[in-house]
Write a protein that binds this ligand. Structure first.
Ligand code: GLU
Length: 291
C-alpha cells in the first residue's frame, strides 16, 4: 500500500503529553503500514507561534526516536498555495464584515466546535458601512448536495454532520489576514499526498468541513482516524493554556510508555527506543491495520 501519513503540530509550545499521543498514533500507523511519516509545522497562525517551539518539537521527536521522512514543511512559507486554492473556490466564497460580537449577538446557534454559527449576514454582499474582514465559504443549504457530510472514522465509526445547521459558512481567511487552519490543512494534505490522517479527536468536528473543501477542489479525501485526547483533571484538552508541561526528555522511555498506556497499547518495559517502537508498532498493527 502506498501509505503517506503525517504529524502536523502547531508550534505554540513544546511537545507535551497530549501532543505526544497524537504524534505517536500517527507515527505507529505509518510504521504499521510500512509507510511514510511526514512532518508539517502548522505555523499558519503566526500570531500564536511561539519562538523556539518548533525547534523544541523537532528536538523532542528526535530524542524520542521518531524519524520523519523528507523535509519539514512550514505552513508560513506556503501562503501562495493557500491563496491559489481560495482563488479556485472563489465562486463559493464571499467577504464578511461582521465582528465576533455581531455574530455572537445573532445567536442562531453554536457550531459543533463551540463557535457561533454564522448567520449569513454578508452572504449577499457587505452591508453598507461594513469593511471586508474575513473571507468565508458558503456551505450548502439543507436541500443542496454536500449539505450532509459523512465519513467513516477508523476508530470512532461513522460521523455525520449537517454543515448548514451545525457549522455555518466558515472562515478561509481570517480578519487578521492569516489563512485559516481548515483551508491550509487540506491544501497541505493534498500537496504532500497524504493518504492517512491520524490525529486527536478534538479535530473530529473539523473533518466534514475539510471533506467539503476537498470535494469542491476535487482533491482526494484521505482516510481518517481520530484518537482520544489527553485532558487535565478539569476535563479540558491538554494544551499550554490548560497547564500542559513539556515532556521530561531526560527519560524518553518513560514518556513513551505513558503515551502508549493512554492509547491502551499493552507494552512491556523496554530497555531501548528501538525495542519500544517495535513492540508498539506490533500492538498498533493488531488493533488498527486494515484487514
Ligand atoms: N495543527 C493541529 C494541532 O496541533 C493539528 C492539525 C491536524 O492534525 O490536522 O492541533
Amino acid at each position: 500500500m502506498n501509505y503517506v501519513g503525517r504529524f502536523a503540530p502547531s508550534p505554540t509550545g513544546p511537545l507535551h503529553a497530549g501532543s505526544l499521543v497524537a504524534a505517536m498514533a500517527s507515527y505507529l500507523d505509518a510504521k504499521a503500514h510500512h509507510g511514510l511519516w511526514r512532518l508539517r509545522m502548522e505555523d499558519v497562525d503566526e500570531a500564536r507561534t511561539v519562538p523556539g517551539a518548533a525547534d523544541a518539537i523537532l528536538q523532542a521527536l528526535a530524542t524520542l526516536g521518531m524519524q520523519w521522512d523528507g523535509e519539514v514543511v512550514w505552513q508560513s512559507t506556503r501562503k501562495a498555495l493557500y491563496a491559489a486554492a481560495a482563488e479556485r473556490l472563489a465562486s463559493h466564497t464571499y467577504f464578511c464584515g461582521c465582528t465576533r460580537r455581531e455574530i455572537a449577538d445573532s445567536r442562531i446557534g453554536i457550531a459543533a466546535d463551540g463557535a457561533d454559527v454564522y448567520p449569513g449576514t454578508c452572504r449577499k454582499g457587505l452591508a453598507i458601512g461594513k469593511h471586508a474582514r474575513a473571507l468565508r465559504i458558503r456551505v450548502p443549504a439543507q436541500d443542496e448536495p454536500n449539505e450532509c457530510i459523512s465519513f467513516q472514522d477508523r476508530c470512532l465509526g461513522e460521523l455525520v454532520q449537517h454543515l448548514a445547521t451545525e457549522v455555518g459558512d466558515f472562515v478561509l481567511k481570517r480578519a487578521d489576514g492569516f489563512w485559516a487552519y481548515q483551508l491550509a490543512v487540506i491544501v497541505d494534505d493534498d500537496d504532500q499526498d497524504i493518504t492517512h490522517v491520524v490525529r486527536g479527536a478534538d479535530l473530529l468536528e473539523s473533518t466534514p468541513r475539510q471533506i467539503y473543501l476537498q470535494r469542491l477542489l476535487q482533491v482526494p479525501t484521505p482516510s481518517y482516524l481520530h484518537v482520544p485526547v489527553v485532558t487535565n483533571h478539569a476535563g479540558e484538552k491538554l494544551s499550554k493554556q490548560t497547564g500542559a508541561t513539556a515532556l521530561d526528555l531526560t527519560n524518553p522511555l518513560e514518556e513513551l510508555a505513558r503515551s502508549a498506556r493512554f492509547l491502551k497499547l499493552p507494552i512491556s518495559a523496554s530497555d531501548s527506543l528501538t525495542h519500544f517502537w517495535e513492540q508498539a508498532t506490533a500492538e498498533w498493527a493488531k488493533r488498527f491495520l486494515e484487514k
